[in-house]
Write a protein that binds this ligand. Structure first.
Ligand code: GLN
Length: 536
């Protein structure tokens, strides 16, 4: 029987529920359990696909094309197991389903209400992944903070589900903040007491408290938290600030979070967790023998969460190369023809990021021209790839108004065009080219040297594509298409023949980089940046 762990958050948001959930899952997986994690978000958007990255950070895309919360990225990076549509559910999705049922007459004239209809649908969704019996344990992270009006139906669903599942088949972990008052020189337990009281008002008694803190929890503080929140003292888990999120599984192991959870679920903790590969990775991450400077040129740079998976991709690739990757986030809008050399000074490699819309386009083109002409390693992702095509069109092929249809629908040279399948789409949500598609790589190209094979699959999230009417012209001038979709002929990868490293993909390799499998494009790009640095 599948067992369920629910993770709620108290006191404030941004405590890192996703990292705690992923760390616990990692430990359970390392002990031989089959685990997955799902996230329930209490907002009305059907999915985060239509959200500006400034709202909740990047939109993570799964193999099956779900546009999801960025925490799913952490789940995949930690567990190295793909997630799916079912792993991220929002209030909007729940209501959409219930309202559709109501329109179809499925409720047979009954009044449709939050309880039981919305909570029933939440419970159904919470158990969907358990139906296949594929998992021993399903961890469900509830977005938001306990006490929020919008979280209420989810907490109520957890209460009901716990009762239905019966004793020892579920547990609730409450992630909370234990703030340090510098003036008093003390850690404070009151906010946690209040947030647990709120949970109790809703009928949910947490089994384990994970306490985010900047200072170690003394025995006395642990006892106080245990006593006032009705939990066992060994169920008070310290989660102290870590220098990297990849330390958190080991910190949780030290605090016995996994053992405590397993005991409460009446599951064996006989098998010691096998974390050898994880520790190897950490060893390399923390003992780099070199460093490189990479510029990330993008339009959402004020909020690093907007590029979460890219940042993590560099961490994985850095560890593989035993090299610290220092990423400088450069606002695309600020890069001009005049200051580009200054802006990119000291950079060993440049990445142009994914994105939407015209803001920052010129800055991206200026950066690309500079790295192309100065043999600086370049890596383009999605819009970054499209920009490299526009730049080459304008400055090498002399197509002065070369552009993407997205930026200028009237250009006489739409070198990036709207995909045929996109032409009649009017709805914005969930209608891009999404999820995994096959790509065939040409032998003898840089892409082939990087992947070491001809058949790959990568994840997508875009509407526009390379316009194949221009392919001959591009290839004759030295920008070649080294990867294609085998069914549609869409260009997936472009690269420059006479450049040390100029590779750009229409897809998002960052979404597939994990601790266990750092992405080859990131690994090779970091290696190229390192080689560039050494040659200086
Ligand atoms: N805006 C571009 C498109 O829709 C690129 C999208 C992206 O970078 N994810 O095709």
């Amino acid at each position: 029987m599948t067992k369920y762990i629910f993770v709620t958050g108290g006191v404030t948001s941004s405590l890192g529920k996703g990292i705690i959930a992923a760390s616990l899952a990692k430990l359970l997986q390392a002990r031989g359990y089959k685990v997955t994690i799902q996230k329930f978000d209490p907002y009305i958007n059907i999915d985060p696909g239509t959200l500006n990255p400034y709202e909740h950070g990047e939109c993570y895309v799964t193999e099956d094309g779900a546009e999801t919360d960025l925490d799913l990225g952490h789940y995949e990076r930690f567990l190295n197991v793909p997630t799916s549509q079912a792993n991220n559910v929002t209030t909007g999705r729940i209501y959409q389903h219930v309202i559709q049922q109501e329109r179809e007459g499925a409720y047979l004239g009954k009044t449709v209400q939050v309880i039981p209809h919305i909570t029933d649908e939440i419970k159904r969704r919470m158990q969907l992944l358990g139906e296949s019996n594929e998992y021993d344990i399903i961890i469900t992270e509830l977005g938001g903070t306990v006490g929020d009006i919008e979280s209420l139906p989810f907490v109520e669903a957890v209460r009901q589900l716990r009762w239905e599942l019966g004793a020892n088949n579920s547990l609730v972990i409450h992630l909370t903040l234990v703030p340090y008052l510098a003036a008093a020189g003390e850690l404070k337990t009151k906010p946690t007491q209040h947030s647990v009281k709120t949970l109790l008002e809703y009928g949910v008694q947490p089994d384990i408290l994970v306490c985010r803190t900047e200072h170690k929890l003394s025995q006395e503080i642990r006892k106080k938290l245990a006593q006032f929140c009705n939990v066992n003292i060994n169920a008070v888990v310290e989660s102290i600030d870590a220098s990297t999120i990849y330390d958190v599984p080991l910190l949780m192991l030290k605090e016995n979070l996994d053992k405590t959870a397993l005991t409460k679920l009446k599951l064996s903790s006989k098998n010691e967790p096998d974390l050898e590969n994880w520790k190897n990775f950490l060893g390399k991450l923390k003992n780099p023998t070199n460093d490189v400077n990479i510029a990330l040129v993008g339009k959402y740079v004020e909020l690093p969460d907007a590029y979460k998976s890219i940042t993590e991709g560099f961490i994985h690739a850095g560890a593989t190369n035993e090299c610290k990757v220092k990423v400088s986030y450069i606002a695309a809008e600020s890069v001009t023809k005049e200051n580009v050399a200054e802006k990119l000074k000291g950079m060993d490699g440049v990445l142009v990021a994914p994105g939407f819309g015209e803001r920052g386009l010129d800055g991206k083109l200026n950066a690309i021209k500079y790295v192309r002409e100065n043999n600086i390693p370049f890596f383009g992702i999605c819009l970054g790839m499209q920009c490299s095509v526009i730049e080459f069109g304008r400055n090498v092929l002399g197509l002065k108004d070369a552009n993407s249809f997205e930026m200028d629908a009237n250009t006489s040279n739409p070198v990036i065009n709207l995909m045929e399948e996109q032409k009649n789409i009017t709805n914005m949500g969930g209608t891009m080219r999404l999820g995994a598609y096959d790509c065939e790589i040409k032998k003898g190209t840089k892409a082939f040297a990087i992947y070491g094979k001809t058949k790959i699959s990568e994840r997508h999230r875009h509407r526009y594509e390379f316009n194949n009417d221009y392919l001959k012209q591009y290839e004759a001038a030295g920008m070649i298409a080294s990867g294609f979709n085998p069914e549609t002929g869409l260009v997936e990868i472009v690269e420059l023949k006479n450049h040390p490293f100029f590779v750009a993909g229409q897809f998002h390799p960052e979404l597939k980089s994990t601790v266990a499998n750092p992405h080859p494009l990131f690994v090779s790009f970091v290696a190229a940046a390192l080689a560039n640095k050494k040659s200086k």
